[in-house]
Design a protein around this ligand. Structure first.
Ligand SMILES: NC(=O)c1ccc[n+]([C@@H]2O[C@H](COP(=O)([O-])OP(=O)(O)OC[C@H]3O[C@@H](n4cnc5c(N)ncnc54)[C@H](OP(=O)(O)O)[C@@H]3O)[C@@H](O)[C@H]2O)c1
Length: 515
C-alpha cells in the first residue's frame, strides 16, 4: 500500500484553482489513489452563466475523470464547491462556508493564479499576491491544518541564470506593492510597471516571485512548502498519456502550427525546452504535501519540478518531433528535411515570416469582406503573433535549476510510492511524450476525430504549398519593385543573370566538347 495514498485517506482537502489545468489533474489523482478521502473543497467562481454545480459537473464529465468514476463512484458527493472569487475581499465566501473550511481543512493546495503573461499589474498582484496573503490568513485560523502547499513557477526568478531552491528577496516589499495598488490609478501603474518588474519579462513572473515572498514572510507557524513547475505540458502517463485541455504555452503553438497558421517561430534550437508533464507536477505536489505534513521541515522548502538538469530536451528536437507527428514520419526524416523550419533563431527569417504570416490573413479577410462575411483572420493572426512574441523570452534562453530538495524527497519515498507518485523525469522518453502530446491536443483539446489524420496531413501539405507559392510571389514583387527603383538592385540582378548565362554557356560548351 502506498504511504502517500494512505495519508490522504480520510482528509479534508482545500484546492484553489481546481477548475484549471493543474487543479483538475490534481483532483483526479487524489480521487483515484485515495478514494477514501473525506472531502475536497474547491473554491469556484460562478462563470459565464453557469452555476457552481454546473461547473463541477463539467469538470467531472471530462474524459480525464473516467477512471475515477470506476474506483470512486460517489465522487460527486466528495466534492464540495464553495462559491468564491479570489479577486474579492475575503474571497466573497459566505460566513457558513468560511466556518466549515476553518473547522475541517487538513491540507491546502493553492493552485489558483492568473497565468496571463501580460496581465495588468493590479490584477496580477491581486490574484498572485494579495489572494495568497488572504489564504495564508485563513490557513492560520485552521486548527486541523497539517500542510499548505503553494504552487509557484520555476520562472519566478527567470532574471537569474542559475536558480536555487530558495525564496529570493524582491527589491520592493510585497506589502508595499499591495498597498500601492489600492490607491494608484491605472495610468500610474502602467508607468511604473516596467521599473517594478525590472529584468523580468512580464507581470506574471514578477507577481509569482512576490507571492513566494509573501508565503515565506507570512506563513510563520504553518507547515508550508513551495512547488515550482517549469512549463507544464500534457500528461505523460496518468490517467493516460497526452491529456491536456489548456491552450497555454506549447499547446497553443502546436495547434497554430498544426492548423497551418504558424510556419516558424524564433527559438534557439539548442536552448533547453524545460517542459514538465502535468502528472509529474501532481505526483511531486502530492508527495510534498505528505512530506510537509508528516516530517514538518523547520523551514519552508522549495521544490523545483523541472526537467532540464535531469533529462534535457531542446526546442529544436521538440520542433522536429512535432513536425514528425503532424506528417506521420519518423523523427529522423523530419530532422533531415531541408525545409524543416519550425524553429529558427534567424532574425531576418523571423521578420520575413511575420510579413508572410500577416499578408495572407489580410488577403483572406479582404475575400471574406467581399463575400459579405465578417473578417476574422487578421485579428486571430495578430493575437497569435503577440502570444508567440511573449513566448520568445522563454524559448531563446536556458536556465539551470538545482533540484536537491526534489531529489531528497524522491529518496525518502518507499519503492511503492516512487512507483505510484513517480516524478522521476529521467524515465521520460521525449520523442514518445511529444508524439502523445500532439495527438492529445488533437483528441482532448480540439476534440477532433483521430480518423481524420490523413486528411489533416493533406490539408497541411496544401497549406505548405500555398505558403511557398505566396512567399515566391511576394519575393518576386518586392524584387521587381526594388529593381525599378534602385540602381544597386539592377546591378545585382544583371550580375546574377550574366553569371547564370555564362555558367550555362560553359556547361553547353563542355558537353559539346565531350561529344
Ligand atoms: N500552466 C503552466 O505551464 C504552469 C507552469 C508553472 C506553474 N504554473 C502554476 O500552476 C498553477 C496552476 O496553473 P494552471 O495552468 O492550472 O492555470 P489555469 O488553467 O489558468 O487555472 C487557473 C485557475 O485559477 C482559477 N482562478 C483564476 N482567477 C480566479 C478568481 N478570481 N477566483 C477564483 N479562482 C480563480 C481559475 O478559475 P476559473 O476556471 O474560474 O478561471 C482556474 O481554476 C498556477 O499557480 C501557475 O502559476 C503553471
Amino acid at each position: 500500500m502506498s504511504t502517500i495514498a494512505a495519508f490522504y485517506g480520510g482528509k479534508s482537502i482545500l484546492i484553489t484553482g481546481a477548475t484549471g489545468f493543474l487543479g483538475k489533474v490534481l483532483m483526479e489523482k487524489l480521487f483515484r489513489t485515495s478514494p477514501d478521502l473525506k472531502v475536497i473543497y474547491i473554491l469556484v467562481r460562478p462563470k459565464e452563466g453557469q452555476t457552481l454545480q454546473q461547473r463541477v459537473f463539467q469538470v467531472l464529465d471530462s474524459k480525464l475523470f473516467e477512471k475515477v468514476k470506476e474506483v470512486c463512484p460517489n465522487v460527486h458527493e466528495k466534492i464540495r464547491a464553495i462559491s468564491a472569487d479570489l479577486n474579492q475581499n475575503d474571497f466573497a465566501i459566505s460566513k457558513e462556508d468560511v466556518q466549515e473550511l476553518l473547522s475541517h481543512t487538513n491540507i491546502i493546495f493553492h493552485c489558483a493564479a492568473t497565468v496571463r503573461f501580460d496581465d495588468h499589474l493590479r490584477h496580477a498582484v491581486q490574484l498572485n499576491v494579495t489572494a495568497t496573503q488572504q489564504l495564508l490568513l485563513m490557513a492560520s485560523q485552521m486548527p486541523k491544518l497539517e500542510a499548505f502547499i503553494h504552487i509557484s513557477t520555476a520562472f519566478s526568478n527567470c532574471n537569474l541564470k542559475h536558480i536555487d531552491e530558495v525564496v529570493y528577496p524582491c527589491p520592493v516589499e510585497p506589502k508595499k506593492i499591495i498597498d500601492s495598488m489600492e490607491w494608484l490609478d491605472d495610468a500610474i501603474i502602467d508607468e511604473i510597471t516596467p521599473k517594478l518588474i525590472g529584468d523580468r519579462p512580464n507581470t506574471y513572473t514578477y507577481t509569482k516571485a512576490l507571492g513566494e515572498v509573501v508565503v515565506q514572510q507570512e506563513g510563520g507557524g504553518l507547515n508550508i512548502a513551495i512547488v515550482r513547475p517549469s512549463i507544464m505540458g500534457a500528461t505523460w502517463q496518468e490517467p493516460f498519456p497526452g491529456w491536456v485541455d489548456n491552450l497555454n504555452g506549447p499547446s497553443g503553438l502546436i495547434i497554430a502550427a498544426g492548423k497551418g497558421f504558424l510556419r516558424s517561430i524564433r527559438a534557439t534550437p539548442m536552448a533547453v525546452a524545460d517542459l514538465i508533464p502535468a502528472d509529474t507536477v501532481v505526483n511531486l505536489t502530492l508527495a510534498v504535501g505528505w512530506y510537509t505534513a508528516v516530517h514538518r521541515p523547520k523551514s519552508t522548502l522549495v521544490y523545483h519540478c523541472t526537467s532540464g538538469n535531469l533529462n534535457p530536451c531542446n526546442w529544436g528536437k521538440m520542433g522536429f518531433q512535432v513536425l514528425a507527428t503532424f506528417e506521420k514520419i519518423p523523427f529522423e526524416r523530419a530532422f533531415r528535411r531541408p525545409n524543416a523550419d519550425f524553429t529558427t533563431n534567424n532574425i531576418s527569417t523571423h521578420y520575413w515570416n511575420a510579413v508572410s504570416h500577416r499578408a495572407p490573413a489580410i488577403i483572406y479577410d479582404f475575400y471574406l469582406r467581399l463575400t459579405g462575411r465578417k473578417p476574422r483572420m487578421t485579428k486571430l493572426m495578430n493575437r497569435l503573433l503577440r502570444t508567440v512574441s511573449m513566448l520568445e523570452y522563454f524559448i531563446n534562453r536556458s536556465w539551470e535549476w538545482s533540484t536537491h530538495n526534489t531529489e531528497m524527497l524522491m529518496s525518502e519515498l518507499s519503492p511503492e510510492d516512487q512507483r505510484v507518485f513517480n516524478f522521476d523525469v529521467r524515465q521520460l522518453n521525449w520523442l514518445e511524450y511529444i508524439e502523445n502530446y500532439v495527438l492529445g491536443v488533437k483528441k482532448y483539446l480540439l476534440k477532433e476525430d483521430m480518423a481524420g489524420i490523413p486528411e489533416a496531413k493533406q490539408h497541411l501539405k496544401r497549406l505548405r504549398n500555398i505558403h511557398y507559392l505566396f512567399n515566391t510571389a511576394l519575393f518576386l514583387i518586392v524584387w521587381r519593385l526594388l529593381i525599378a527603383r534602385s540602381q544597386v538592385a539592377r546591378n545585382v540582378w544583371f550580375f546574377i543573370v550574366s553569371f547564370c548565362y555564362k555558367f550555362l554557356s560553359y556547361f553547353r560548351a563542355s558537353s559539346t566538347l565531350k561529344v
